[in-house]
Design a protein around this ligand. Structure first.
Ligand code: SF4
Length: 224
């Protein structure tokens, strides 16, 4: 059973999407080949931010730790978690009756059986067709008034039909034009679009677990 490179794992609650508010154990894996210039998880891949020593854990130990937290769901994230073979981790979590969620850009085949797939598409690595068909929800990061139109030109969310969350990019979360663009889009179109927010950040929920690490964000402006 191969070990996985762990950036952090901690117990908090899901702050986004359809499972908002559920007790969740987060497993953030190292590595991402997408290299968005505004990445807020740069500690998982950027040479100037990633640690010298990368912890590795077996799927069995990760699953035991998740189980002992008492969480309701497990969220596998990154970096880009789908670059790793997740079969063994998914198996170990499943035999402990833990629902398995993944948050991915959708550009890579997902190796392992998931219960919930959240795709947050990135311009530098668009989702592949097989993942568009598997998605349970989408999360669009809105950083200016053109963002939503940009993404609806690339992906036919209405035809796919699963909840499509419109989140203000965190540094723009008080920007009137960003918030208005979300409000107007929802009021004009309705389903599958929904207004979203990173609620856990308001509560500083993740920081309550000492195993969580501060966000390592790159400085460049988001570029969809
Ligand atoms: S934002 Fe996501 S896809 Fe982009 S570099 Fe960061 S971890 Fe990778």
């Amino acid at each position: 059973m191969s070990e996985l490179p762990i950036y952090e794992r901690f117990h908090s609650w899901q702050g986004e999407g359809l499972h908002l508010g559920k007790s969740a154990f987060f497993i953030r894996l190292h590595g991402c080949p997408v290299h968005c210039p505004w990445c807020d998880s740069a500690g998982t891949w950027h040479p100037e931010h990633k640690p010298d020593n990368i912890d590795r854990m077996s799927p069995l130990d990760l699953a035991d730790e998740a189980f002992s937290s008492g969480c309701e769901i497990v969220v596998i994230t990154g970096g880009e978690p789908a670059i790793h073979n997740l079969h063994d981790l998914a198996y170990e979590l499943r035999i402990r009756n833990l629902p398995i969620h993944i948050e991915t850009c959708g550009a890579y085949p997902i190796l392992g059986e998931m219960d919930w797939i959240t795709i947050s598409p990135k311009n530098l690595a668009l989702p592949i067709e097989e993942n568009l068909a598997l998605a349970d929800e989408f999360k669009i990061i809105v950083e200016d008034e053109t963002s939503i139109q940009h993404w609806t030109n690339k992906i036919d969310f209405a035809q796919i039909g699963v909840p499509t969350w419109l989140h203000p990019e965190w540094s723009c979360s008080k920007d009137e034009s960003v918030l208005s663009s979300i409000t107007n889009w929802i009021k004009d179109r309705g389903a599958p679009f929904r207004a979203g927010f990173q609620m856990h950040k308001l509560f500083q929920a993740d920081e309550k677990d000492k195993r969580s690490k501060p966000e390592a964000a790159l400085c460049s402006e988001p570029q969809k």
